[in-house]
Design a protein around this ligand. Structure first.
Ligand SMILES: NC(=O)c1ccc[n+]([C@@H]2O[C@H](COP(=O)([O-])OP(=O)(O)OC[C@H]3O[C@@H](n4cnc5c(N)ncnc54)[C@H](O)[C@@H]3O)[C@@H](O)[C@H]2O)c1
Length: 383
């Protein structure tokens, strides 16, 4: 296949890496020559390191290099069968680009956007023949993370949906399909992992080192919420939360936190600036209170909030049960699918935790999804 990629930033480069590795001829264009040069250098350096580490044979390495083309002229994407846009997250800039792209590529070319937060339907409106327009949300780094969320716009035709799924599955990706709603599956369902952890910290129930310890040690998560926010970048994580909050017409469930906003304002962005919740320059001993009872309560509270999001997404037909669980295990490495986990803990137990929180705080943030209420009443499981 001929793959066209627009944008040679973090995502464009890692999607190109993946495609070239899967033996597809891949052309990358960026409107900034400097970005294109930087992206190329970054990718070639990574590939040569991987070859040194014997992740690729000489033959594989030379094939990947042969498959990669860096173009300073957008017309070089002309032959694309699949075009993936990965430029800055700006609706107007993206729409302008799609109008231009449509004039260059063939009518058969699938036009996909990798946007994390914009409406696919709104972006599709910039293309005349928009039945072939679709959202393909890859995860960072796209060459390693197996998940891709497929998001049909209102205008997308079935053929495009089926072809897109097939193409990605044949390349070995785990594909889930989701409705065009804010945050799709992962960025919506994962919000409480960060938000509820910060809330527990703000209330002074535990410090962030202890919350991270509990989520890893007792919850089985690979990283604690605060470590993960520092890793993602507090600027990026805060912005995603804020966008989801605004897009959901200020639903209190997604309310961002001042704690994280202040860190962002201070430039404490996390690992990349040497300081976030943790200090990476002057690393001091972590102050963890290894109280298992407290740890268990922390995990259950965050987990109940996560399950509530997953259950509500299912209730509102955002995606299937299976896809919601797959998205969280393959997209953000959760130890278990949240709905499967709810069955194990007991849907009634989850519901009770939420109801207790709702009673205690009288905040809409803790309102249980109607499906949990119904399932508890009727004593049914997700699977
Ligand atoms: N970074 C992530 O973890 C992540 C994950 C999933 C999806 N996304 C989405 O992927 C997209 C790209 O994100 P990123 O982190 O790679 O951004 P980035 O800032 O690293 O790169 C963006 C690139 O787009 C180029 N660009 C800007 N306007 C352009 C135009 N009109 N034409 C061609 N190139 C243009 C810039 O020069 C830059 O090289 C965004 O929509 C983002 O929401 C990002």
């Amino acid at each position: 296949m001929n793959i066209g990629i627009i944008g040679s930033g973090t995502m464009g480069i890692s999607i190109a890496h993946f495609m070239a590795q899967k033996n597809h001829s891949t052309t990358i264009f960026d409107s900034s020559k400097i970005s294109l040069k930087q992206g190329k250098k970054k990718l070639l350096t990574l590939l040569s390191k991987l070859k040194e580490k014997e992740k690729y044979t000489e033959k594989e390495y030379s094939n990947i290099l042969e498959n990669l083309n860096f173009a300073e002229d957008i017309k070089k994407i002309k032959k694309s069968d699949l075009l993936i846009e990965a430029i800055i997250e700006d609706s107007e800039v993206k729409k302008k680009l799609f109008t231009e792209v449509e004039k260059i590529v063939s009518k058969k070319c699938i036009i996909a956007t990798n946007t994390s937060s914009l409406s696919i339907t709104s972006l599709a409106s910039s293309v005349n023949e928009n039945g072939r327009f679709i959202g393909m949300h890859f995860f960072n780094p796209a060459n390693l993370m197996p998940l891709v969320e497929i998001i049909p716009a209102i205008q997308t035709n079935n053929k495009t949906v089926e072809e897109s799924k097939k193409i990605l599955q044949e390349m070995g990706k785990t594909v889930v399909t989701t409705k065009d709603t804010p945050g799709f599956i992962v960025n919506r369902v994962a919000r409480p992992f960060y938000g509820e952890a910060i809330r527990i910290f703000e209330e002074g129930l535990a410090n962030f080192e202890t919350i991270d310890w509990a989520m890893k040690e007792i919850g089985g998560f690979r990283m604690g919420p605060f470590e993960l926010m520092d890793f993602i970048g507090n600027d990026i994580n805060y912005t995603v939360t804020k966008t989801v909050f605004e897009e959901f017409y200020f639903d209190q469930r997604y309310k961002p936190s001042f704690t994280q906003k202040r860190l962002m304002e201070a430039g404490y962005l996390g690992k990349k600036t040497g300081r976030g919740f943790y200090n990476y320059i002057d690393e001091s001993e972590k102050n963890i209170s290894k109280n298992r009872e407290l740890g268990k309560n922390i995990v259950l509270r965050i987990l109940a909030m996560l399950v509530n999001e997953a259950a509500d997404a299912y209730y509102l037909n955002i995606a299937s049960k299976k896809d919601i669980d797959l998205a969280m295990t393959k997209g953000v490495n959760y130890p278990k699918g949240l709905l499967k986990w709810a069955d194990e803990i007991g849907v009634d137990t989850i519901f009770k935790i939420l109801e207790t929180l709702y009673d205690k705080y009288c905040e809409d943030r803790y309102r249980p999804s109607p499906i949990l209420r119904k399932m508890t009443k009727e004593n049914i499981k997700f699977y």
